[in-house]
Design a protein around this ligand. Structure first.
Ligand SMILES: Cc1cc2nc3c(=O)[nH]c(=O)nc-3n(C[C@H](O)[C@H](O)[C@H](O)COP(=O)(O)O)c2cc1C
Length: 291
């Protein structure tokens, strides 16, 4: 384990460790205008959603390392406190990278990077037509610390492509194709095999409620124990006894005896299979036979 005090290495060196670790980060493709109405469009991955009611987003253009000058996005929101956040899909990624180049102030990156301006409804900066989610925002605070300029903005109107929705009117995560930023030049997709669901327990017995032999299993992993510890109560004694009378369990006992396998290990392997299959209660009933 490397333990690093950010004050003992250069800010850039620590930034590299941070961006590779606090990752992947969503990307805000931010459109702004200056007081003359000139349009700017730049990507920012120091970005996230921060509030629900009202909906709030935060993004942080940092001063340029070379001369500490402010990014055009920060200058613009100081002049016109409005911003449109356009979310980034994999089909846009090379163009948004191009838009991040250091074009002179007043240069419109919609033109440079080949995007189409779509008028916003409630704010002056245009939306990016190619983006399936466009959020019109009003900036309500800009917090400065060191090189950071943290822009806080309230989303006052959201535009979501019809193609993202399922038949229940919810955005179907399997229909989105967001890209995110990691360290250096690394990006990631959020689609296909990288997507998975984790049920959220309302209440769980916790790791401290696990029987000793389960908690210290040499077979069950932290993820397995996380599932087991998320049940609100262990199965009652009678259900456990009934499970022990089932043919399926007796077959396991036979397998252990005829194969000279250590029964608790065999049970933990089988319980793990059940957990991977989403059968948490069955896994518990099995594990409790050897506790
Ligand atoms: C994917 C991506 C994410 C970026 N995230 C940030 C960021 O969070 N903060 C930042 O200061 N610069 C970030 N940059 C660099 C800016 O986009 C770049 O400095 C840009 O020229 C700023 O434009 P502006 O001066 O027109 O506002 C990022 C670049 C890319 C390609």
């Amino acid at each position: 384990m490397k333990t690093i005090d950010p004050l003992e290495i250069s800010p850039r060196a620590f930034y590299k460790h941070m961006t590779a670790s606090v990752a992947p980060r969503p990307i805000a493709f931010a459109s702004t205008v200056d007081s003359q109405g000139r349009v700017n469009l730049s990507p920012f991955s120091f970005f996230n959603m921060m509030g629900i009611d009202p909906p709030i987003i935060a993004l942080a253009p940092n001063r340029r390392g070379a001369d500490q000058s402010q990014k055009h996005t920060a200058l613009n929101v100081n002049e016109v406190p409005e911003i449109v956040i356009n979310m980034v899909t994999s089909s846009m990624v090379n163009q948004i990278s191009l838009a991040s180049a250091e074009f002179a102030r007043g240069v419109n990156e919609f033109e440079k990077a080949g995007f189409t301006e779509l008028p916003a409804v409630r704010v002056a900066p245009p939306r990016v037509k190619e983006s399936p989610v466009q959020l019109e925002c009003r900036v309500f605070d800009i917090i400065e610390k060191g090189s950071m300029q943290l822009i806080l903005a309230e989303v006052i109107l959201g535009h979501f492509s019809d193609e993202l929705f399922d038949s229940n009117g919810q955005i179907d995560q399997l229909k989105t194709d967001w890209v995110a930023r990691l360290g250096g030049d690394w990006f990631s997709h959020t689609r296909g095999e990288s997507l998975f669901q984790v049920p959220r327990p309302q209440m769980g017995i916790g790791f401290d409620g696990l029987p000793f032999s389960v908690r210290n299993s040499r077979i069950l992993t932290g993820n397995d124990l996380g599932l087991l510890a998320s049940v609100s109560a262990l199965p009652n004694l009678q259900t456990v006894k009934n499970f022990g009378q089932l043919e399926s369990f007796k077959r396991l006992v036979d397998a252990s005896e005829s194969g000279c396998q250590y029964m608790p290990d065999l049970v933990h392997w089988e319980a793990q299979k059940l957990l991977h299959n989403g059968q948490i209660e069955e896994a518990w009933l099995l594990l409790l036979q050897v506790c």
